[in-house]
Design a protein around this ligand. Structure first.
Ligand SMILES: [Zn+2]
Length: 693
């Protein structure tokens, strides 16, 4: 055995499941180190440090220690020689691990925020339903926008904040006379209320609305001229007309409002397709009230769940912000009305937006080609996530190609800065019909077989997720490149309704399977169990917006692709691009042209790298914000439970300097300034003092 003792410890610490790493030997034969492996190993340490938060099984600290202690010549763990072969159409003898199947995970759902954790610059979310989880749709707008919020069932607590959202609709018992009086004073004094239409007379009066007609047949919402002025983020036609979907038989609940003739200073912000008011603004004293005639559970959660009742304007390769628009409305109101409001920016390290690069490796030749794409990307200073189809069963689709030679190729991709995700075992066009399975699926007994495009036998959802991971990580460990597969994309962007909770049980964190036309969103969101439960999971979805397979060829629509990236970047939203490395040539040229042509301030990176940023950002909290007009200083505190890189806080354009701490920088922009934080360790709390004009 050629292993150094210290590296042996690292191998044991980092190997997953029951797989015996190269240093563990057993009956496996070993060969001497080659140069590839050394490069792979060093590269992976860097990648692990950058992207794996510290609550992961492999901690950055452990990784660091291994690399530092071992010294430059001791990173030479010995690559595994695998004796695998194609037998009866199946590749047998591959190393595999036993991927842990957690019990069903109960991700914390939306809950009341303890009063001690409230502060004025949060959005006060007043949940008006007996079920606190009904605030979920509001959280699914505020959390992606990075807006701090506190959820309460107390009207009085809700209006301790500069901006309040009331949801769902109020009933007569929601507010007593005292609360209504305080509410009126709050708005007159400059408060902002955003609420769903309800039949409570005092709220209608406050909103400048007389009545509404429920459930007329509506298929879209259009901003009026006043709406376009109010929501500067919604500056494109696709954002100013928001489709609601449906047909004469099935359509969403809406409340078409009539203005209160007694009210002054009312303005219709948006109308339904019959011209009736969909959003009404009512200025009251120094404050303002917005009443919405839609239910955000329909126009946000339903879309994210993939049940948009045909609201989409296309499937993929288009700018489709129908879900995002509702979030951007709240963000624009917050930015305009909350003095010194702060929120976590949606792109890392002060960038304006992001292009998420990804490749799906769907046949044997794709592996070599992928290395060329990785090198192209490294030369451009960017990286990508490579989704690996671990096909080891020959069937009607293809000959098995996930042989032992793939290990070195995957290690090379990692070493060059790429990240590796799973792209299933079978790549079946009918994944959505698979039984869930029981989590015991394991290589090589699990043998999914595509009989035809319409039939796959022997496959389960658990099998596709678990067995692919059980092959990828040992293949990399065998090349001295410890790895945990965290990211998934199904073949053909096939979505199984039980995928989020099943991914969660297998340790996946990021999914990039939904086409933008299925969810009408470019912002990542927390994947949910299927309707009607719609429970949040810990898995984040990164919708796929651009791809390379539909006509015309990608190199002939670079400008169109960049236009979508630009439209999203204007909102701070990422755009995910999928390029299959089945062909080099024009696809390489297209990818280079897209990366080199990115709009100013847009950075490209892999789905997994962005995922790590997004996950840490989601867990981070802005916990205190205060300002002092005598010293012109703004103080805020951020706590991050996970190690975080690139966290960026959007602040008012008036903020002009960073007073402390060192390492925090200010980037000025046209629609606000960005405070860029240094890399933060898990559990870090940072108090930031800013100066303003
Ligand atoms: Zn594929």
């Amino acid at each position: 055995m050629g292993c150094r003792v210290r590296r042996l410890l690292a191998c044991v610490a980092l190997a997953l499941g029951s797989f015996v790493a190269a240093c563990g030997g057993g009956s496996t034969s070993v060969v001497a180190l080659d140069d590839d492996a050394s490069v792979a190993d060093a590269g992976n340490d860097a990648e692990t440090d950058a992207t794996v938060p510290t609550d992961a099984p492999q901690t950055p600290d452990a990784s660091d220690a291994a690399a530092t202690d071992a010294g430059p010549d001791a990173i030479a763990c010995t690559p595994l020689v695998v004796d695998a072969a194609l037998v009866d159409g199946m590749i047998v003898g591959l190393p595999s691990s036993s991927v842990v199947v957690s019990p069903p995970v109960v991700t914390p759902q939306v809950s009341v925020t303890p009063p001690a954790n409230h502060f004025q610059k949060q959005v006060g979310v007043l949940n008006l339903s007996p079920t606190i989880a009904d605030a979920q749709s509001v959280v699914h707008m505020l959390a992606p926008m990075g807006m701090p919020y506190a959820i309460t069932t107390s009207p009085v607590l809700a209006i301790q904040h500069d901006m309040a959202i009331f949801f769902p609709e109020a009933t007569a018992s929601s507010f007593d006379a005292t609360a209504l009086q305080l509410l009126t004073q709050y708005v007159q004094g400059g408060g902002v209320v955003v609420m769903k239409y309800s039949e409570v007379a005092a709220l209608k009066t406050l909103g400048g609305v007389a009545s509404s007609t429920f459930r007329l047949e509506h298929h879209g919402v259009d901003l009026t001229a006043a709406g376009k002025a109010l929501f500067p983020s919604l500056d494109r036609p696709e954002e100013q007309h928001i489709p609601l979907g449906g047909d004469p038989g099935v359509y969403l609940n809406t409340w078409a409002m009539d203005l209160d003739p007694a009210a002054t200073a009312t303005t219709v912000i948006a109308t339904f397709d019959d011209g009736k008011a969909a959003i009404v603004e009512h200025k009251v004293g120094a404050g303002v009230v917005y009443t919405f005639g839609v239910d955000w559970r329909d126009v946000v959660l339903r879309n994210q769940l993939g049940h948009a009742i045909d609201a989409t304007r296309g499937y993929i390769n288009l700018f489709e912000p129908a879900t995002d628009a509702w979030m951007l409305m709240l963000r624009d109101l917050y930015d305009a009305r909350v003095r010194f409001g702060v929120r976590l920016h949606t792109a890392p390290a002060g960038s304006r937006g992001s292009l998420l690069l990804s490749h799906d490796l769907d046949w044997g030749a794709s592996y070599d080609n992928a290395i060329q794409f990785m090198r192209d990307e490294a030369a451009l200073g960017v990286n990508a996530t490579f989704f690996v189809h671990t096909k080891y069963v020959t069937d009607s689709q293809d000959t098995a190609f996930f042989g032992p030679e793939r290990a070195a190729q995957l290690a090379t991709l990692l070493a060059g800065g790429g990240s590796i995700g799973s792209h299933t075992v079978a790549h079946s066009p009918v994944l959505h019909t698979f039984p869930v399975g029981d989590g015991t699926e394991a290589y090589p007994a699990y043998a999914p077989f595509n009989v035809s495009l319409a039939q796959t036998t022997g496959a389960t959802l658990f099998g596709e997720l678990r067995v692919s991971k059980s092959l990828i990580d040992p293949a990399l460990a065998g090349r001295c490149a410890p790895h945990e597969t965290l990211t998934f994309r199904a073949g053909n962007l096939e979505y199984h309704a039980a995928s989020p909770q099943t991914m969660e049980r297998l340790g996946y964190r990021f999914d990039s399977t939904r086409a933008v036309g299925d969810v009408l969103s470019n912002f990542p969101f927390r994947a949910m169990t299927d309707w009607p439960d719609a429970l949040d999971t810990s898995v984040f979805e990164f919708p796929v917006t651009l791809e390379d397979q539909l006509a015309p060829r990608l190199d002939q629509r670079v400008a169109a692709a960049l236009a979508v990236v630009a439209a999203n970047a204007d909102n701070g939203a990422p755009t995910t691009l999928l390029v299959h490395p089945n062909v080099l040539d024009y696809k390489e040229n297209a990818l280079k042209a897209i990366v080199q042509g990115l709009p100013a301030g847009v950075k490209a990176m892999g789905v997994e790298a962005f995922g790590a940023f997004w996950r840490a950002r989601d867990a981070a909290t802005l916990s205190f914000i205060n300002y002092d007009d005598s010293t012109k200083t703004l103080t805020l505190t951020l706590t991050t439970p996970l190690a975080a890189e690139g966290l960026t806080i959007r602040v008012s354009p008036q903020v002009s300097s960073v007073k402390s701490p060192a390492g925090v920088t200010l980037v000025t922009g046209t629609s606000g300034n960005f405070v860029v934080l240094p890399p933060l360790a898990a559990g870090a709390t940072l108090t930031i003092t800013l100066g303003y004009i």
